[in-house]
Design a binder for this molecule. Structure first.
Ligand code: TRP
Length: 477
């Protein structure tokens, strides 16, 4: 059987943008930005997207297009090593973790979309969200969202994913643009725009090292990196496209939607005097839903907003399901139908468990996913840098223009050395903060040390050691 492929270049770009644009932009981004200083967070986040996200995206793209396989098969075939083929299986675990919680949030969104028409959450948004967030009702809507995801993936790469995202992406842009224009006309919207778009340099300086891991985590999540999604999508590409140009287009479009989402969310919140709003996974549902309840035409605006979010979530969840589907189809010759049916059954169970337990939800959606995505992307980067080496440069150059061709070798150094070290640093910092290691100075054998400097040195050493261990003869590094 011949392997599936995209029909058009724009089809691939829209599918990848569809994967990238999702709850990460519309639900997680405003929540993270409001907790980390608004515009200050935006600045750091944009920097990480450009300097780490785009090169990381290209690492997944080169591996995927070279191998024309799912992540497990790709790492195995290109390396001939047991270690890498075992490592590939991590991505199946990542897909389970991602979709299990994502589908629960997707279910909340579907519910709020329906309830915008009836105004069910209008009277008391806080109490309403607390009543529906976890438990049997959440399980039901999670199953509905999962079923919608499975139906699209079942139809295949061209007829399912490509066709669906071609309709969904323009719809998202138009609706979101309309909402932003409307939100900006509200009284008091200016304060929201200011919070969102004027960085407080003092805050940025004082908190830079705390903002950094949050911004890095957000950048990976929003670009769908570290799970093998982008690798899998690129595996359906031909050699005649420029990976660099497509990658840049995807990053730009995704960032635009993220920024636009903030322009929708913050003015509406500030117009209502809700300020940056309460933090946590319920932020969008409580504060924004509360705003819709209080505003003129709230029902229409609410339905439009949750409709956009639902479309965006769906075009992302299909990319999560496609990872293990591609794995079963490529590696075991299972039919797409069977693969989707079996996996949907599995996710129905894992997602339901997550929907029943708030603590488990918090753990999976937060630290577990951060760990898996960061570790996964470090793996892809090291693989491109040290296992593929010159081949990765050749792959990036295939079909590319002059600029991308000249940047290919510096790119290899970045993904082979600098960026994995940076990501390990953010990962260790985030884990240390989660484990309660104090932010202030540490005293080791009477030496006053800054936690962040210690971590920087340790992670750099670990990174160097792993590069040496992974060195391959064909590497140009
Ligand atoms: N990027 C998507 C969002 O922002 C979520 C997503 C889809 C994702 N596929 C992924 C995140 C793979 C990490 C890895 O909502």
């Amino acid at each position: 059987m011949t392997r599936e492929s995209w029909q058009t270049r724009i089809g691939f770009i829209l599918a990848a943008v569809g994967s990238a644009v999702g709850l990460g932009n519309l639900w997680r981004f405003p929540w993270m930005a409001s907790e980390n200083g608004g515009a200050a967070f935006l600045v750091v986040y944009l920097g990480v997207v450009l300097l780490v996200g785009v090169p990381g995206l290209l690492a997944e793209f080169t591996i995927g297009r070279r191998a024309r396989r799912n992540p497990v098969g790709a790492l195995r075939d290109l390396s001939d090593s047991r270690f890498w083929s075992a490592f590939g299986h991590v991505f199946v675990v990542t897909a389970v973790a991602l979709l299990s919680f994502y589908s629960v949030v997707g279910g909340w969104i579907l519910r709020y979309f329906a309830e915008s028409f009836t105004g069910a959450y209008f009277a008391d948004p806080g109490a309403h969200f607390a009543a529906i967030d976890y438990g049997a009702a959440a399980v039901g809507f999670h199953l509905l969202f999962l079923a919608a995801t499975a139906v699209i993936v079942l139809r295949g790469v061209r007829r399912g994913i490509e066709r669906a995202t071609k309709v969904m992406m323009p719809a998202i842009l138009v609706l979101l643009g309309g909402l932003a224009a409307w939100g900006l006309t509200l009284d008091g919207a200016a304060a929201g725009v200011a919070f969102y778009l004027t960085p407080d340099v003092g805050y940025l300086r004082a908190n830079f090292l705390d903002i950094l891991p949050a911004a890095a985590g957000q950048a990976l999540f929003t670009l769908s990196l570290g799970a093998g999604t982008m690798l899998t999508y690129a595996s359906y590409l031909g050699e005649d496209r420029s990976l660099a140009a497509d990658g840049a287009a995807i990053a730009v479009l995704n960032t635009l939607v993220g920024v636009l989402a903030g322009v929708v969310v913050f003015p509406i919140l500030f117009a209502l005097g809700a300020g940056a709003g309460p933090a946590g996974p319920g932020a969008l549902f409580v504060s924004l839903a509360g705003a819709f309840a209080a505003l003129p035409y709230g029902q229409v605006v609410g339905a439009a907003f949750f409709g956009v979010v639902a479309l965006a979530a769906l075009s992302s969840s299909i990319s999560m399901l496609e990872i293990p589907v591609a794995f079963l189809v490529d590696e075991y010759g299972v039919s797409r139908r069977r693969a989707v049916a079996g996996l949907a059954g599995l996710f129905a169970v894992t997602g339901s468990v997550v929907a029943l337990d708030p603590d488990l939800f918090g753990f999976v959606a937060g630290p577990l996913v951060d760990l898996l995505l960061t570790g996964g992307l470090v793996g892809f980067m090291l693989f491109a840098g040290w296992v593929l080496g010159v081949d990765a440069v050749a792959e990036l150059r295939a079909g590319a223009g002059a600029l991308a061709r000249s940047l290919a070798t510096p790119w290899l150094y970045a993904v082979g050395v600098a960026l994995p070290a940076f990501l390990m640093f953010t990962l260790v910092s985030a884990l240390a903060a989660a484990a309660g290691v104090p932010v202030g100075p540490l005293s080791v054998f009477g030496l006053e040390l800054d936690r962040t400097r210690v971590l920087l040195v340790v992670t750099a050493l670990v990174a160097v050691a792993s590069f040496l261990g992974l060195r391959r003869p064909q590497s140009v590094l």
